[in-house]
Design a protein around this ligand. Sequence first.
Ligand code: ZN
Length: 176
Amino acid sequence: MTFGSHTGTHIDAPSHFVQDGVTIDALPIGLCIGETTFVDLTHLSSGEEVSADDLETATSGRQLEERMVLYFGWGHKFNSRDFYSRSPYLSRDAAELLVDAGVKLLGYDAPSPDNPANDRNAEEDSPIHKLLLGSGVWLLEYMNIPRPLPSRFWMAALPLRLMGLDGSPVRCVAAI
Ligand SMILES: [Zn+2]
C-alpha cells in the first residue's frame, strides 16, 4: 500500500507551509476528539468566497468550540475537476476571525481554504493556508460529510503519528 500523507480526509500540519513549523507527530491529540461546532455554508458552495460576515451570520449567538467544521456540501464533487477549480474558500478576514475566535482545528468538505486561483506556484501562493497554519490552526481537509450535522456534535479525527511528516490521513467520525 502506497499513498501520500495528504491522501483522502487528512490533517495538514504547520510544516506543510510554515518554515520550521511543527510536524504531524506534534499534534496535541486531544484536539482531535470532542465537541465540535458545525457551520452550514451550503448557500456559498460553488466557487464563492466566505467572508467574515458570512461566518458571523452563520455562527451568531453560538459558543464556538476549538474544533469547527465548515460544511459546503462540496464533498460529493470529489474526483471531479470542479472539486479543485471551483471550490469555496475563505477570505483573509474570515480566516483571521477564526483565529481570533480560538479555533484550533478547522475542517471543511473542500480541498483547501484558499482561493483556487492562489494555488501553489501562483503569484500569491496559498496565503490562507499560511495564515491559519502559521497561527496554530490545524487543517482537516477533504472531509466526507454525507448530510448536515447538528450545530454542535462530537467528532474524532485521528491522524497517524507519522514522525516528521507534514500531514496524515485521518479516520474521521461524528457521533450524534
Ligand atoms: Zn493537505
